[in-house]
Design a protein around this ligand. Structure first.
Ligand SMILES: NC(=O)c1ccc[n+]([C@@H]2O[C@H](COP(=O)([O-])OP(=O)(O)OC[C@H]3O[C@@H](n4cnc5c(N)ncnc54)[C@H](O)[C@@H]3O)[C@@H](O)[C@H]2O)c1
Length: 277
């Protein structure tokens, strides 16, 4: 019997937690720039009764994304997308953050939106980081939401003289993810499909551990100590949200971003995490 396919990009902790929650009964094709990560996740999940095939793919390349989609379609129709691939401010330079997190995500949502099965669902992972930046202008939001993917990286707001550092690049990328999800959800809707975004706070994964040990380590540790929850989150808690968004219980939710950050953003604006003037 042919199974529906889940496309999972990013074989990290968040991606795997979501795939384990909603990927039962599906063929899961997991793409990651690190084939080792893809193989490890596939092995862990196959040993737990899932049906997973690992593939090497690079989210920053349209060719690589199209190749992953074409390979996945050989197994059946793609009815689910989970995009949890990305690089953090301590892991990569500005250019790579924009190419992977901003451009790559936009291309993936666009390309999967063209072929997603009728009634299919997708989630992508942005970040609380995008919520800390001051509001952009309505025109900037519109540009991030709707500029054709191949022109996105030419936008003036993304040029080196307008990006302060890797954290700013990450924030712009994650803000763009939210806007793209809104614009793409309209297109996905013409296929009866839904697309949403989850903006996590600090979730303990290898990516976050790199941040704890990076130049902003103290900043991150302070953030979870002073957020209302008083701790970092787990990938399984992100999967709780994904499960809602991707199940029939979330049938009226599309084009949304759900913040799951233990209240860190609230504390940043109105509590002890508020930056001192
Ligand atoms: N962990 C956190 O605290 C946190 C918070 C907010 C947002 N996020 C976001 O969640 C997503 C998943 O991160 P995670 O915490 O599970 O990290 P992780 O390090 O466990 O997984 C990320 C995966 O993405 C892969 N990857 C990196 N660049 C790639 C590329 N160009 N093409 C394909 N794969 C690539 C890595 O090899 C890795 O397997 C990222 O988008 C990250 O920005 C994480």
């Amino acid at each position: 019997m042919k199974k529906d396919v889940m496309l999972l990009t990013g074989a990290g902790q968040i991606g795997m937690a979501i795939a384990r929650r909603v990927g039962y009964g599906k063929k899961i094709v997991v793409g990651d720039k690190s084939i080792e990560n893809a193989k490890t996740t596939a092995a862990t999940m196959n040993n737990a009764g899932f049906d997973v095939v690992p593939m090497e793919m690079d989210l920053s390349s349209r060719t690589s994304i199209l190749n992953l989609i074409a390979e996945a379609q050989k197994y059946g129709e793609i009815s689910m997308l989970v995009n949890a691939a990305g690089v953090s401010p301590s892991q990569a330079p500005i250019e790579a953050i924009l190419k992977v997190d901003l451009y790559g995500t936009a291309v993936l949502l666009e390309e999967v939106g063209k072929i997603i099965k009728q009634g299919g669902v997708g989630v992508t992972i942005s970040s609380q980081s995008g919520w800390r930046m001051p509001a952009l202008t309505a025109e900037e939001d519109m540009l991030l939401a709707t500029t054709p993917t191949e022109e996105l990286l030419n936008l003036d707001i993304l040029q080196p003289h307008n990006i302060r550092d890797t954290l700013h690049a990450y924030q712009m990328a994650k803000r763009c993810n939210e806007k793209r999800v809104m614009a793409e959800a309209v297109k996905w809707g013409t296929r009866g499909a839904r697309l949403n975004d989850i903006a996590p706070g600090i979730i303990v994964t290898p990516l976050a551990i790199d941040e704890f040990n990076g130049p902003r380590g103290d900043f991150y540790k302070n953030m979870f100590a002073k957020c209302p929850a008083g701790r970092p989150g787990t990938a399984d808690e992100v999967a709780n949200v994904a499960e809602l968004l991707m199940s029939d219980k979330g049938a009226f939710i599309t084009g949304s971003t759900i913040l799951i950050d233990g209240g860190a953003t609230s504390s940043y604006f109105y509590g002890p995490l508020k930056p001192q003037e």
